[in-house]
Design a protein around this ligand. Structure first.
Ligand code: ZN
Length: 474
C-alpha cells in the first residue's frame, strides 16, 4: 500500500459535516447521513471525501479522492455514483434477510501521483444477503494536463506495445508456481492475450505499472507489477518522464512509534471487584471518536477500540490518541469483510495489513481481533495472532441510533465481566456514553480494556486463537 498512515499530513484538517435526517415517501429511508471530511493527504492538492449512507435494508461507506481539478473530480464522482447506484439496485432486489443488511464498502488508494499522472485504485466489497461477498478492483488513471481519463490505448507507444506487455505478463505469471497451483496455464494464456480488454484495469505505483487481472480472468485475481525500466519503448515517453517524478509531501511525518504517557499503564485488576469492558467498533471517526475519548477521560475510564485498518490510514492521530490515553487498540479487519468468506490469502491480508498499520502508530500489534459481524471459524482463529474477542452485550446502536435505547440495553444487561459492543462512528453512541459511565460507576463497575478483563483469568498471551464473548474462554 502506498497510502501509509505515517505519511498523512496532520497539519491541515477541515471537517465539514452535513447530517440530514429525512423522511422519505416510501418510508424506505431510515436516516441519511452525508458526511464530508476534507483532509489533506500525502499528496499536495488531494483530499479525502467520505460518504456514508444507512438505509433500512442496506448501508454503504464510500471513500474517494478529491483533486483541485473539476473534470477529474466529476469523472471520479460519476464512477463512484455508478458503483453506488448499481449496489443499491442489487440490494433492493436481494431477498430480505433480518440478520444481515446489504453493505457496500468502496475504498481507494492513490497508487501514483505526479505532475502529469494520477492513478486511483478502488477496491469494492459488496455483501448482499444470500450471496457470497464480492470483491473487485477498479482503476482510474488521469492525465492531469488534459484532465482526461487515460486508457491503455492512449498510454502505449505503438501496435507492438500490447504484445510486449502480454509477453511480460505470460512470462511472469507462468513462472509463479504458487499462483499456478491455483489455476491452469490455458486460462492464463487466454486471460493475458494481447487484447485491450485484458488490460483495462491498470494503474501505476511509484516504481511500476500495475496490471490487475480480475477474478476468473486467470483464475484467482492477480496483480502484476512491471518495473518502470521494463516499460521503456512500451509506454509513451511523455508518460515515462512523469512516472519518475512522484510528488509527495513527506515532510510531516507522524512519529513511527509513541510511548504511553506516565500513569496511563493498565492497572492490575483485583478479583472480587466488578469490571466491564466497553468496546467501540468500526472507527476511528473524525468527530465521534474524539468525543468518546473526551468522555472516557472525564470518567477516568479505559476502553477498547476495534479499528478498521483502512480508517486507521485516514485518522492515525486519533489512533495515537486512543493509545496514548491508555485505551486498547484491537483489529476489526482492514475493510470489514466477513472473514469466513475469504480465501486464506485474503484473510491473512485483512489481518496482517491492519496489524501493520496499527503497529506503525502504537509500536504494538493489536491486542485482540474482533471479526466483523462476529464471524469466525477455525482458520480465522489460527491466523488471528491474537485472541478473538466478541461481545456479551450488544447495544444495537447501529440499528436504533437512539441514546436512551442504547443506555437501557447497557444498564439492563451488563454483569461483572461483560464485554459491551458499541460503535464509535455513531452520534447516539457517543452521546449515550456519559450517562452509561455515570450509572455503571454508581453500581461499582470499573471500566477496563478487554486484555485487562482476560488478565483476570491469566495471561492473555496464552489466549492467542481463543475466542471470547465475555471474561470466559470458549
Ligand atoms: Zn463492525
Amino acid at each position: 500500500m502506498k497510502w501509509k498512515p505515517v505519511l498523512l499530513s496532520l497539519a491541515v484538517m477541515v471537517t465539514l459535516t452535513a447530517c440530514a435526517e429525512k423522511a422519505s415517501n416510501d418510508g424506505e429511508m431510515k436516516n441519511n447521513h452525508v458526511q464530508t471530511t476534507v483532509k489533506e493527504s500525502k499528496y499536495p492538492g488531494l483530499e479525502i471525501e467520505t460518504e456514508v449512507g444507512e438505509y433500512k435494508a442496506y448501508k454503504y461507506a464510500i471513500h474517494f479522492p478529491r483533486t483541485k481539478q473539476s473534470n477529474i473530480n466529476s469523472a471520479i464522482k460519476s464512477f463512484v455514483n455508478d458503483q453506488k447506484e448499481a449496489f443499491i439496485q442489487e440490494a433492493k432486489s436481494a431477498i430480505p434477510n433480518n440478520k444481515n443488511d446489504s453493505a457496500l464498502l468502496l475504498d481507494y488508494d492513490i497508487s501514483h501521483s505526479s505532475k502529469q499522472l494520477l492513478s486511483v485504485v478502488f477496491t469494492s466489497h459488496i455483501d448482499v444477503p444470500g450471496k457470497t461477498g464480492s470483491d473487485r478492483i477498479y482503476t482510474l488513471n488521469f492525465d492531469r494536463q488534459t484532465e482526461k481519463l487515460i486508457t491503455i490505448q492512449s498510454l502505449l507507444n505503438d501496435d507492438s506495445s500490447l504484445q510486449r506487455i502480454s509477453s511480460i505478463a505470460q512470462y511472469n505469471i507462468l513462472k509463479n508456481s504458487t499462483f499456478m497451483k491455483r489455476t491452469n496455464p490455458g486460462l492464463v494464456m487466454e486471460g493475458t492475450k494481447a487484447e485491450m480488454a485484458n488490460y483495462g484495469t491498470f494503474g501505476f505505483s511509484d516504481h511500476s505499472m500495475d496490471i490487475y487481472f480480475l477474478k476468473d480472468q486467470l483464475g484467482p485475481a492477480y496483480k502484476l507489477q512491471i518495473a518502470l525500466d521494463d516499460l521503456r519503448g512500451i509506454v509513451k515517453d511523455s508518460y515515462m518522464e512523469t512516472l519518475k517524478q512522484v510528488i509527495t509531501n513527506d515532510t510531516e511525518l507522524l512519529s513511527a512509534t509513541t510511548g504511553r504517557k506516565n500513569g496511563e499503564k493498565p492497572f492490575p485488576l483485583v478479583p472480587g471487584q466488578k469490571y466491564v469492558a466497553l468496546t467501540f467498533d468500526d472507527g476511528p471517526h473524525h468527530q465521534w471518536t474524539p468525543y468518546i475519548l473526551d468522555t472516557l477521560k472525564r470518567h477516568k475510564a479505559k476502553a477498547t477500540f476495534f479499528v478498521l485498518g483502512n480508517r486507521v490510514e485516514y485518522y492515525p492521530a486519533i489512533v495515537k490518541r486512543e493509545f496514548d490515553e491508555g485505551h486498547e487498540i484491537g483489529s476489526h479487519s482492514w475493510s470489514h469483510p466477513k472473514l469466513t468468506n475469504l480465501s486464506r490469502q485474503e484473510l491473512v491480508k485483512q489481518i496482517n495489513q491492519t496489524a501493520a498499520s496499527i503497529a506503525k502508530i502504537t509500536g504494538q500489534t493489536p491486542a485482540a481481533l474482533r471479526p466483523p459481524y462476529g464471524a469466525f471459524n477455525h482458520e480465522v482463529q489460527q491466523m488471528a495472532n491474537a485472541p478473538i474477542v466478541n461481545w456479551s452485550v450488544d447495544t444495537l446502536d447501529w440499528k436504533s441510533h437512539n441514546q436512551t435505547a442504547i443506555k437501557n440495553i447497557v444498564l439492563n444487561r451488563t454483569h461483572n465481566g461483560s464485554i459491551v459492543l458499541m460503535h464509535d462512528i455513531h452520534e447516539a453512541s457517543a452521546l449515550a456514553l456519559d450517562s452509561i459511565l455515570t450509572e455503571l460507576a454508581k453500581r461499582g463497575y470499573h471500566f477496563v480494556t478487554v486484555s485487562q478483563l482476560l488478565q483476570l483469568q491469566g495471561n492473555p498471551g496464552n489466549y492467542v486463537g481463543s475466542a471470547f464473548y465475555n471474561g470466559k474462554s470458549f
